[in-house]
Design a protein around this ligand. Structure first.
Ligand SMILES: [Zn+2]
Length: 389
């Protein structure tokens, strides 16, 4: 069953919109960015470089700029996401938070060339925004000119900073894909790029702390936090590779339950509950028509959502999750891709179909068991992260 929008929102911030099926989320921590950016502009940079305006005018420009800054971060992530979609990588969501943006991908690019195009798209968008704003600053003046100048500079900085070869930042992803293209070994490339990312993250922490010690700058705290974040993200990526890589070589057929018990679509929920929920061993069953064609999946949760009085008159087929909303895989698909698809689909089972024919079913516990055998936990979805600077 697909999680509801509310569930998903609770996962990682407020859903503020959707672009081509991608949830755009706002974490509450972006308030810190908005306030910090607006304050430093209204109370410092704008009056310094564009004197003789009123306090109200400075705050108005600063508020607009801090919103524009968020829009710039979103544009950067959309750059990654729209190119990813074109490269056959499914994008789940974009979240804006304290350290910038995160585009969560639920599968990985299949070739290093694709990975490079996806990683480069974000900085390319920031660079283009930066150049346009700087050009605007050159043909205007006063408060507008200074505002555009700041916006251009911050976006150029964002493009440059994210191109640091600190995996999993964009530059590090390009470096990883380059290593991958050279050696053909994606896992080894990730491990090497992540080791470099870990080191650069550590260097940023040290730089940030030195800045705090010797310059007393609040920016140093931020830099140190970013460095720590990059270190942790590099560690998580290595863990992901360690867990996911072996699954890439195992077909779904090896872990699926073959010939799962089917339920007829025109039977009633009442008899389904009596016979299979109370008497059976599973929490979900494939639903078929009399001719054997698959209708969908009936789950305990779907039954729970129904009014008990309606059980005798509701057919299993009408309460089932339709086939189009289910994760459907071929028996020879690999488990790494299936795990990523099911990650987004917490409650449901994946149906294994050989063409139109149902041959098996996979429960999350089947994959969990396998992953436990490799190593417990670790996030499964890759993420493209932008660090705001
Ligand atoms: Zn990026």
């Amino acid at each position: 069953m697909s999680p509801t929008r509310e569930d998903r929102a609770a996962d990682g911030g407020l859903v503020i919109g959707r672009v081509r099926g991608i949830d755009i989320r706002l974490s509450w921590s972006v308030v810190v960015i908005v306030v910090a950016v607006a304050w430093s502009l209204a109370d410092g940079l704008l009056p310094e470089f564009a004197p003789a305006y009123t306090t109200g005018e400075y705050w108005f420009a600063a508020a607009l700029l801090s919103i524009a800054f968020l829009v710039g971060l979103l544009a950067h992530e959309l750059g990654h996401s729209l190119v990813a979609a074109r490269e056959n990588v499914v994008v789940d969501s974009i979240t804006l938070w304290l350290f910038g943006g995160v585009a969560r991908l639920s599968s990985s690019p299949s070739t290093p060339q694709r990975a490079i195009r996806i990683a480069a798209a974000g900085p390319a968008v920031s660079f283009a925004l930066g150049v346009m704003a700087v050009a605007g600053a050159m043909v205007t003046g006063g408060l507008v000119g200074v505002s555009l100048g700041w916006y251009g500079a911050i976006n150029l900085l964002l493009a440059g900073f994210n191109l640091l070869p600190a995996f999993p930042m964009d530059g590090g992803r390009i470096y990883q894909a380059w290593l991958w293209a050279r050696s053909g070994d994606e896992g080894a490339a990730t491990r090497k790029a992540a080791a470099v990312g870990h080191t650069i993250g550590g260097a940023l922490v040290v730089l940030g702390l030195l800045e705090v010690l010797f310059a007393g700058a609040i920016g140093g705290v931020w830099l140190a936090l970013v460095g720590w974040f990059v270190r942790e993200a590099a560690r998580a990526e290595v863990q992901r590779v360690v867990v996911i890589e072996p699954l890439r070589h195992i077909p779904v057929a090896e872990i699926m339950t073959t010939a799962p018990q089917r339920v007829l679509a025109d039977g009633s929920i009442q008899s389904f509950v009596t016979e299979l929920i109370l008497g059976g061993r599973h929490a979900a069953y494939p639903v078929v028509r009399a001719d054997g064609s698959v209708v969908g999946l009936i789950t305990v949760n779907a039954v729970r959502a129904l009014d008990r009085d309606a059980w005798p008159t509701t057919t299993v087929g009408s309460a089932a999750i339709p086939l189009e909303q289910l994760t459907v895989v071929a028996p020879d698909a690999n488990i790494a891709d299936l795990a990523a698809a099911m990650e987004r689909d917490r409650d449901a089972r994946a149906l294994v179909m050989d063409g139109q024919r149902l041959v098996g079913i996979v429960a999350p516990s089947d994959i969990a068991r396998l992953i436990t055998a490799v190593e417990l936990a670790g996030p499964t979805g890759a993420a493209i992260e932008t660090v705001a600077s």
